[in-house]
Design a protein around this ligand. Structure first.
Ligand code: BEZ
Length: 211
């Protein structure tokens, strides 16, 4: 059965471009991003992994560990990393898992047989420090992912893990947020001392609490 939001991320041991890892040990107490790409030495994947490397500081700022995966070998990853570094002007600094026997790809449902019988699609999982899955996205091979959007979702996940708020459409760090319906009207002023606006009884806005 496929993984769903709130499920525990399966642990695994894997060979990677940075040596063998136990996934849970690799994550430690950090947040995690595990993402698959269809194949090494392909153009869109080259740009995606390059962008991820370029965003190293952004992931670190958010206490996020990143790991990539494809069903190619670690040896293949090593050669391709040189190309990524050269063409994208980066240093790939995160492990790329060599999942040649597809065990991890299958555990995470990264192979969608009606898209490709053998290659992983562009799956991405955000994993919280308690190892539960907080975000699942799947993109086709033909469409590179938007890594700014992934950072934006991580910002939302980290904010909403700590405050009784949710983030509205297109929200970005620093913008007003929604007070969750579970908060009673009488509790709003104490919980949100920066103030709030009632647009409808069910639509109450407040400045981002941690800014
Ligand atoms: C790419 O990364 O460019 C790619 C990979 C597999 C199929 C199509 C494109």
């Amino acid at each position: 059965m496929s993984l769903r939001l709130g499920d525990k991320a399966p642990n695994f041991k894997a060979k990677t471009s940075k040596g063998e890892i136990d996934f849970y040990e690799f994550l430690g107490d950090s947040w995690g991003v595990l993402f698959s790409h269809p194949a090494d030495y392909t153009p869109v994947c080259t740009t995606e992994l390059g962008r991820t490397a370029a965003l190293k500081d952004e992931f670190e700022k958010r206490n996020v560990k990143v790991a990539a995966l494809s069903v190619d070998s670690v040896e293949s990853h090593h050669g391709w990393i040189e190309d990524i570094n050269e063409t994208q002007n980066v240093e790939v600094n995160f492990p790329i898992i060599g999942d040649e026997n597809r065990e991890i790809a299958e555990a995470y449902d990264m192979i969608h047989p009606n898209a490709s019988a053998t290659a992983t699609v562009r799956s991405l999982f955000v994993i919280a420090p308690d190892k539960t899955i907080k975000l699942i996205i799947s993109y086709p091979a033909s469409t590179g992912r938007n890594f700014q959007e992934i950072l934006r979702v991580i910002d939302s996940l980290q904010l909403t893990a700590n405050y009784s708020v949710a983030t509205p459409a297109d929200w970005k760090q620093g913008e007003d947020v929604v007070i969750t319906p579970a908060v009673k009207d009488e509790d709003v002023p104490a919980k949100f001392p920066k103030g709030h606006t009632v647009i409808k009884p069910y639509l109450r806005m407040t400045p981002q609490p941690n800014k």
